[in-house]
Design a protein around this ligand. Sequence first.
Ligand SMILES: Nc1nc2c(c(=O)[nH]1)N[C@H]1C(S)=C(S)[C@@H](COP(=O)(O)OP(=O)(O)OC[C@H]3O[C@@H](n4cnc5c(=O)[nH]c(N)nc54)[C@H](O)[C@@H]3O)O[C@H]1N2
Ligand SMILES: Nc1nc2c(c(=O)[nH]1)N[C@H]1C(S)=C(S)[C@@H](COP(=O)(O)OP(=O)(O)OC[C@H]3O[C@@H](n4cnc5c(=O)[nH]c(N)nc54)[C@H](O)[C@@H]3O)O[C@H]1N2
Ligand SMILES: [Mo]
Length: 708
Amino acid sequence: MSPSASAASPNTHEVIGACPHDCPDTCSMVATVQDGVVTKVHGNALHFHTHGALCTKVSRYPERTYHPERLLQPMRRVGPKGSGQFEPVSWDTALDDIAHRLQTIYARGPEAAQAILPYSYAGTMGLVQSESIAARFFHQLGASRLDRTICASAGAEALTQTLGSRVGMRVEFFAESKLILIWGSNSIGSNLHFWRHVQVAKRNGAKLICIDPRKTETADKCHEHLALLPGTDAALALGLMHELIANDWLDHDYIEQHTLGWDALRARALEWTPERTAAVCGLTEAQVRSLARDYGEAMQRGEPAAIRMNYGLQRTRGGGNAVRAIACLPALTGAWRHRAGGVLLSSSGTFPTKRNALQRPDLLAGRNPRTINMSTIGDDLLRPASPSFGPAVEALIVYNSNPVAVAPDSSKVVQGFAREDLFTVVLEHFQTDTADYADYLLPATTQLEHWDIHTSYGHTDVLLNRPSIAPLGQAKPNSQIFRELAQRMGFTDPCFAEDDESLCRTAFGDAIDFQALLDHGFCTIAQPEAPFAQGDFPSASGKCEFFSQSLAQQGLDGLPNYIPNWEPMGAQPEYPLAMISPPARNFLNSTFVNVKSLRAIEGQPLLEIGADDAATRGIASGDVVRVFNTRGSYRCVAEVSARARAGVVHGLGIWWRKLGMDGSNVNELTSQALTDMGRAPTFYDCAVQVERDSATPHASKQEALSAA
Ligand SMILES: Nc1nc2c(c(=O)[nH]1)N[C@H]1C(S)=C(S)[C@@H](COP(=O)(O)OP(=O)(O)OC[C@H]3O[C@@H](n4cnc5c(=O)[nH]c(N)nc54)[C@H](O)[C@@H]3O)O[C@H]1N2
Ligand SMILES: Nc1nc2c(c(=O)[nH]1)N[C@H]1C(S)=C(S)[C@@H](COP(=O)(O)OP(=O)(O)OC[C@H]3O[C@@H](n4cnc5c(=O)[nH]c(N)nc54)[C@H](O)[C@@H]3O)O[C@H]1N2
Ligand SMILES: [Mo]
């Protein structure tokens, strides 16, 4: 739809855009614009997946955009690194100096150019404002490549090694399922638009089972909740298989025709008796047997059983294997035969995105720069030059990410960013924890101010985002900032001049109907209703690969297995508790923490702790506690809560360090150890101890609470 006059006022019109945030829902977002100002945003009622509703946080998008602390002009550091002291400068001054600094490194040749590192993630999921002109720029430079692992790469690799790609059930058909396992997902908090389908299914008699160490608001609404220990999901899935085999709740024909490695998987699963499974998972045998009966018998009755996994379950050492084990289940029972059966973790492999056209890896022209893993940025910024590592990182360009708050083992990350000899540029909307360490801070536009185009990892529609207002202050789109830098670096390839609307077209070429996007704001990728009813998996063998030859060739176990956590609960006497740090509902990772109305709902950084674990430590709700391990220490407010099972605490994420209690956040405690596959972080694999903070007198705790 083009901007159209509404009946309300001749100066009011609506513009259809897309929510840019890192969330499976990717909503169609309509902005109401009055006299050049966005007065509100709402969910597009015409878009099936959005269903007319945005979540609480994104309905505050105008508050975020017009925030008094929005960054609206380029800034240059004046104080010491990390002090957050800046002076305004002109765009010309900032870009000339940045280009000069990069040019100095680039001119030393291709080996030295790797001392430049981009650092970005999904602050916006838009294909244009994430990796389009930026990727072209870093390819042309021959900068180090960034391995973008911080969220989903263990699960993505696991799905690819099992089903062949990041694909699964179509989300809308969960409404017809008769049994839904919500596995490692707090859907109400982080995938709200999926929950609508679950409610329809529930009204039609479906049974809902939540599998999550934390008793989340989603668990509250399910018929059953299995509070397993963090990182034991593969054991539970194997135990489930044991029971499917023991009771012959199998679809032998489906297994025969459409799977690979059944005999080997069968032998592995038979080792996982309910007794062993229950002991490893911290559940009862009855819970394991009952889950298997529900899952096995559903298909025997011809009732579709569906599994919604989310990325929460792959943030431990064995996260990839866990996703693989769970992804095998629907092939055992033949659940894939029905459109309302199967599994969904991500739909992102569905889209015919023309990544090479957007990102132009050909600009490397034969150079093969090293790759740095974003999840170990703490260690990598501190690494000196060496033959195996290459040059030390000398220049860092951060956009769409807040690594000082979100990357694991923050004390290392902070030390790295504090290096006096590191030149850091941050493109941002706000002066985040990361921005405090910038040499130059560049103001970026928000989704209301720029063009973009979006895929989704929870549904299969493409969405177009039209700008609804002109850029605020001197803000520029990321794409434009990199265009202007490219020009100053003397990069003359015409691809650096491609404008944003054209990039939106380039993203899919002829594979989608761009006119439909211009007219409606979204279009659907054609897809079968039950993608694997007849097998046809996008894997090398065309089958669901219980055994993965490709993993075996990497020296890994070809079959899914249970891999214990790096830091299992109770393994270290000094740090006996297992901590997970899932999202706080009103924040989106570290985004929105500085939006006052949303921070007011969350109150203070919180640690949920079970009654027994609190009692043995003399901790009551509202007490300030210190959570600590060998990596660091973090202060927050305790909530003695039935949401926490014995032995497991929840440090809800991800506060800005400077808005927390004493300038740190939960990532002070998390480690840089990686997952079994996908080189991903292990945020939820973290042993800690908790103590009441005796340094804090009771009165000031109360003050702290009432101030919240
Ligand atoms: N409101 C809100 N929504 C979000 C986000 C946010 O920060 N806030 N983040 C977005 C992002 S970046 C992503 S990647 C997606 C998905 O983001 P996720 O972080 O996957 O979000 P959740 O769906 O909350 O899944 C986490 C759930 O997994 C549980 N969990 C932790 N460890 C384990 C385990 O070992 N096993 C099992 N079975 N469960 C475990 C946690 O208790 C939590 O309830 O959500 C997006 N949506
Ligand atoms: N302990 C713990 N740590 C975690 C997690 C956890 O569950 N527990 N979750 C992890 C996960 S799943 C993820 S995905 C990562 C997320 O980590 P990040 O991708 O870094 O996400 P955000 O914290 O939301 O920070 C995104 C930043 O991008 C900025 N931004 C948004 N749009 C634009 C734009 O158009 N231009 C520019 N220049 N900037 C923009 C925002 O202002 C924001 O500061 O965190 C991970 N860290
Ligand atoms: Mo994520």
